[in-house]
Write a protein that binds this ligand. Structure first.
Ligand SMILES: CCCCCCCCCC(=O)SCCNC(=O)CCNC(=O)[C@H](O)C(C)(C)COP(=O)(O)OP(=O)(O)OC[C@H]1O[C@@H](n2cnc3c(N)ncnc32)[C@H](O)[C@@H]1OP(=O)(O)O
Length: 131
C-alpha cells in the first residue's frame, strides 16, 4: 500500500481550502508531535460545540505525525477515544501525540487535546507501518 502527501490533507494540507492547515512541532527523539489550532465555527456539531469527529481527526493525525516524525510511514488501524469535555468552536486547542511502543508492524501511540491546560479528549491509537 502506497500513500501520497499531495498537500490536501484535511488536517495539515496547505492546499486544502477548507482544512485546518495545522502545523506541527516534531520531536523525533521523544517520538512526539504537537500542534495548536483554532477550531473554525463551521466545524460544529451541536450549536457552538466542536464536532467530535474533528477532535478525533486531530488526535488521529497527531499520532500519525509522531510516527512519521520518528521515520515511520503509517496508516491508522485502530483509534480509541475519550471525550472528556466539550470544545467550544472558535477556541484554540493544543494537541499532543507520542509513540508509546512498537509491536512488529504495529505502532502504539497516544494523544491528548487540551483547552486552557485542561485535557478535553484523549486517544489510544494503533498504527500500521507501511513498507
Ligand atoms: C502528511 C500528509 C498526510 C498525513 C495524514 C495522516 C492521517 C492520519 C492517518 C490516517 O487516518 S490513515 C487513514 C485511515 N486508515 C486506513 O485507511 C487504513 C485502512 N486499513 C488497511 O489499509 C489495512 O487494514 C492495514 C494496512 C492497516 C492492514 O491490512 P493488511 O491486510 O496489510 O494486514 P492484516 O489486516 O492482515 O494485519 C496484519 C497483522 O497485523 C495485525 N493487526 C493489524 N491491525 C491490528 C490492530 N489494530 N490490533 C492488533 N493487531 C492488528 C493483524 O491481526 C495481522 O496479524 P497476524 O500477522 O498475526 O495475522
Amino acid at each position: 500500500m502506497d500513500v501520497i502527501d499531495d498537500g490536501r490533507c484535511f488536517i495539515c494540507g496547505k492546499d486544502n481550502p477548507i482544512g485546518l492547515k495545522a502545523q506541527f512541532i516534531i520531536d523525533p527523539e521523544q517520538r512526539r508531535a504537537e500542534t495548536t489550532v483554532q477550531i473554525p465555527e463551521h466545524f460544529q456539531g451541536w450549536q457552538g460545540i466542536t464536532h467530535g469527529g474533528i477532535i478525533s481527526a486531530l488526535l488521529d493525525e497527531i499520532c500519525a505525525q509522531a510516527c512519521m516524525g520518528s521515520g515511520m510511514q503509517v496508516v491508522t488501524s485502530e483509534l480509541k477515544l475519550r471525550y472528556r469535555a466539550p470544545v467550544p468552536t472558535g477556541s484554540t486547542i493544543r494537541v499532543v501525540g507520542e509513540v508509546t511502543g512498537k509491536r512488529r508492524r504495529l505502532v502504539d501511540a497516544k494523544g491528548r487535546a487540551e483547552l486552557d491546560g485542561q485535557v478535553v479528549a484523549e486517544a489510544e491509537v494503533v498504527m500500521f507501518r507501511l513498507g
